[in-house]
Design a protein around this ligand. Structure first.
Ligand code: SAM
Length: 230
């Protein structure tokens, strides 16, 4: 039984793909993909020995050693001498996912799809995708156990990006496709976030003014105004 979050990640994987799950921990995702005949093969990459052992045990428990390779290594380094169609990086912060992609750029040549699930700061990932010519093809937001999760799916290619120049920064922050869809979960998340930003603004307003504080207030006011529009 997968979490709702990983189930949604699975829904973006194409039938028959070779999939690399970077930061796989217990290898729940690769095991599920093989069990359900979704992926043809999978690689479970881990930078830490402990989680790698858990992944190995999980794979052995199902006797999936023929279909899932567990590999120790930092980020996309585990893709050396491998050919994969889709990379999944889930359950980490946006900055770490972006760092893994950036450091592993040279290993992305044959990869056609990225499925990224940041726990925080998805805007980092959208910016990286835009700068590196990956096209955003889907996004979703979901809530599980009181946490909000975003999933960002991208494909290689120069087809039209879903951004308008005049509202680029806002779209990178909130997600251009999520903004279009505006689901109940999206509205709930950003309503809470707005209240939080307003509280911070109020605290700064009560502090004595300085150049840094004024700049921070300006940044907050801009974001609050974007959320007011929604
Ligand atoms: N992907 C799974 C999920 O979404 O449920 C597990 C997420 S777990 C919170 C993050 C995992 O990423 C940990 O097992 C950690 O060891 C691994 N990790 C962190 N940085 C990594 C890196 N640079 N390369 C590979 N794995 C990494």
């Amino acid at each position: 039984q997968l979490s709702k979050r990983l189930e949604k990640v699975v829904s973006y994987i194409r039938q028959g793909d070779v999939v690399a799950d970077i930061g796989s921990d217990h290898a729940y995702l690769p095991v599920y993909l093989i069990k359900h005949g979704i992926a043809s093969r999978a690689i479970a990459g881990e930078v830490n020995e402990g989680p790698l052992r858990s992944a190995e045990q999980q794979v052995a428990k199902h006797s999936y050693q023929h279909a899932i390779k567990t590999k120790l290594g930092n980020g996309l380094a585990v893709l050396e001498h491998e050919s994969v169609d889709t990379i999944v990086i889930a359950g980490m912060g946006g900055p770490l996912i972006t760092q893994i992609l950036d450091e592993g750029k040279s290993r992305l040549e044959a990869v056609s799809r990225l499925i990224l699930q940041p726990n925080i700061a998805a805007e980092n990932i959208r910016e990286w995708l835009l700068d590196n010519h990956w096209r955003l093809i889907d996004e979703c937001i979901l809530k599980e156990d009181g946490h909000y999760y975003e999933i960002v799916v991208a494909e290689k290619g120069a087809a039209e990006a879903p951004y308008q120049p005049e509202s680029m920064a806002k779209q990178l922050w909130l997600g251009p496709l999520l903004l279009k869809e505006k689901t109940a979960v999206f509205k709930e998340k950003w309503l809470k976030e707005k209240a939080q930003l307003q509280r911070i603004y109020q605290q700064l307003d009560n502090a004595s003014s300085s150049k840094e504080i004024d700049a921070r207030k300006q940044e907050l006011a801009k974001k609050i105004a974007w959320l007011e529009e929604e």
